[in-house]
Design a protein around this ligand. Sequence first.
Ligand code: GLU
Length: 369
Amino acid sequence: MKIEDTKRIVVKVGSSLLFDQDTNTLNSEWLISLAEDIKKLREKGKQIIIVSSGAIALGAKDLNLHMKELKMDMNQAVSSVGQIHLMSSYKSAFEKNEIKVSQILLTLDDTEQRRRSINARRTIDTLLNLNIVPIVNENDTIATTEIRYGDNDRLASRVAQISSADCLIMLSNINGLYSSDPKNDNEIKLIDKVTEINTEIEEMIGTSVSETGKGGMKTKIQAAKTALLSGCHLAITNGTINHPITSLFNGRPCTWFVPSKTPLAARKQWIAGTMKPVGSLIIDEGATKALKNGSSLLPAGIKSIEGKFERGDVIEIKTIDKNIIGIGLSGYSASESELIKGHKSDEIAKILSYSYREEMIHKDDLVLL
Ligand code: GLU
């Protein structure tokens, strides 16, 4: 992708770039070089949002603890110490380049609930209009296992999606996606362009080189799926050199994920980007065919139900052999769905004594994957 074709760019910074574990120090020279790159991008009229890790690493340094040995409750406490250091490092590096920054801490719920995600977007828009660079991190202090992203790769793709960014740059310590494991294969190739995440690409994940942060190639590929559905280009690149963004646009090797389909409407993008669907519906062959022809999902086609969910929650749609073929907003709760599954829509009112709608998932609330 050429720099001229971008307008709103999300830059994801991995902990390993900001913090040198061997010397236990912050890479301030690198951070200043990143700020210089961002200054240049802004001079070209680009809007920049940063998603940065590093709170736990910097907190552990301050408290003289080993980052890798921390349990969840310690992680939460340590991140609240480190987040201040993280932001003050960004503030000072960016101020040297006359850039104002702001802090945004998000929890999973802030992006997974539609209304809250719209609020987050509004704030990001306002900050960008004020010429400020928002710096986002997960609110690790209150995030527990079930309600957390846990890695900033998927958080960054969700931020890119809710803010309608057209480019997401993942700066990490790997060069990109490799065709196979470098340990077993001398012919290993860096894949320079991916337009669709099919099984061939998924198979490369298991063997790809991973980094030391919380994410790895798996979370990056999940992030890429969200980005592609939103019409957002995504680059995975090795950012360990100074001026990482300038060198990316000057052709440094990387993997570009390029959207090939017309992006979904914003509401459908949000549904498709859901990180943790709360349940699923297993459907029969007839319903699978009907969905592929653009129909809504009716209760008659449902074989079984998994998980606990309420009306309006995001759930997955699976075939009988458990392949996930879609995702959508449920018209009924899990317990209501148990009662109406396999029945015709005109029987709903008799079974439940009420009927919200005839569809289990309306086609406007449904995305086929
Ligand atoms: N939010 C975590 C932090 O700031 C990082 C998660 C990650 O490494 O992706 O330390």
